[in-house]
Design a protein around this ligand. Structure first.
Ligand code: COA
Length: 260
């Protein structure tokens, strides 16, 4: 598949996906959302060789400055709800992806950009990154999961304040509040994200996929997370990887996992 607005590069089994509309601060237009859907739903799941994915934005100003406001004109209640549902579904594909997905936030992460970063498993931010949900400035609310995931990351009170004021939050405050995992010097985001993926890639891949599923289960009202943990603990203990992990420990050598 070739993409118009996503730039794909690969380094040592790590896919770097760059949202590439710098003239619009990488705003997520309909085409870009379709490409993210294609990538996370169809293309990336077929890449068994890939260790993980890094999402970032083109240019030196923005990660993603939101959904494309120019496409909002002409939306009504029905088409607006469809747009929101589709955006949520695309971001669920990211949140549920069985390998680590890291947002390398190189600038503005606003509206849909903040929501995109929050759907990733881990966030690494440059010192100049700025986060916010400014939708109320447009008379609307976040529609790609922001009202739910911001609470998960920073708690209800601060989430409500940020969403109701439309204020931006700098990288160091985002770090203090638990929204980002690491703050690095400008230009170091990709290197830090790669380092994290390389470390995760040395672990058992089935275990990593099950960690993602089980942690996500906490936020899924249809599931009992503790029951899911019991089930997936059993599933991982029964794998060849688990035998290899225990043998390697006893034999005082590095484990070599096959994902079996
Ligand atoms: N949708 C569409 N276009 C956008 C955009 C968005 N979310 N965010 C920025 N752009 C475009 C601008 O229209 C401008 O295009 P133009 O040169 O053709 O006019 C270009 O990107 C550069 O943006 P500009 O506003 O000139 O940059 P700035 O440095 O002055 O301000 C921001 C940066 C991020 C503060 C400002 O662009 C902004 O507030 N963007 C909207 C953020 C938002 O509300 N997001 C939530 C949407 S639901």
């Amino acid at each position: 598949m070739t993409y118009e607005n996503l730039l794909l590069t690969e380094e040592d089994g790590i896919l770097i996906v760059t949202i590439n509309r710098p003239q619009a601060l990488n705003a997520l237009n309909n085409q870009t959302m379709g490409e993210l859907q294609q990538f996370f739903g169809e293309d990336a799941p077929n890449r068994a060789d890939v260790k993980g994915i890094i999402l970032t934005g083109a240019g030196d100003k923005a990660f993603v400055a939101g959904a494309d406001i120019k496409e909002f004109m002409g939306l009504d209640a029905e088409t607006g709800a469809m747009m929101s549902k589709r955006g949520q579904d695309v971001f669920f594909l990211i949140e549920r992806f069985p390998k680590p997905v890291i947002a390398a936030v190189n600038g503005f992460a606003l509206g849909g950009g903040c929501e995109l970063a929050m759907a990733c498993h881990i966030r690494v931010a440059s010192e100049k990154a700025k986060f916010g949900q400014p939708e109320v400035n447009l008379g609307i609310i976040p529609g790609y999961g922001g009202t739910q995931r911001l609470i998960q990351h920073i708690g209800k009170g601060k989430a409500l304040e940020l969403i109701m004021t439309g204020d931006m939050m700098g990288a160091s405050e985002a770090y203090q509040r638990g929204l980002v995992n690491h703050v690095v010097q400008e230009g170091e985001e990709l290197a830090k994200a790669r380092e994290i993926i390389e470390k995760i890639a040395t672990k058992g891949p089935i275990a990593i996929a099950k960690v993602i599923e089980t942690v996500n289960a906490y936020f899924d009202k249809q599931q009992d997370g503790f029951a899911r943990e019991v089930q997936e603990f059993g599933n991982t203990v029964g794998t060849e990887d688990a035998k290899e992990g225990a043998s390697a420990f006893v034999e005082k050598r590095k484990a070599s996992f096959k994902g079996e």
